[in-house]
Design a protein around this ligand. Sequence first.
Ligand code: CA
Length: 112
Amino acid sequence: MRDPAGWGQWMVGLLLAITSGLGRSAPAAEPGETIRFEEIAAKAGVAFRFESGGRGRHDLPEIMGGGLALLDADGDGRLDLFLCNGGPIVEEPGRTDPPCRLFRNLGSGRFE
Ligand SMILES: [Ca+2]
């Protein structure tokens, strides 16, 4: 089952905004200033599309969605992204569920 509301992509965008801004101070917004968000997942090297793994049974793993973790997986001092898809409780023969992905933070808002 796809993510019709696009929440997975929205979450990735938010994470990129958070991880790329770690350690920096945000400039103060001026009164009446408009805050804009920009979709930078592809530019940052984060190619991930959330899949719930749903089979229409509405089991807990189907409705809970995937997950994410910010961790320094390679010990370089930069937070990496681990993005996880959902999945069914019972495997179906012949069906392969989309994998979870680890994106290593290269710095300067780039991941691989
Ligand atoms: Ca790291």
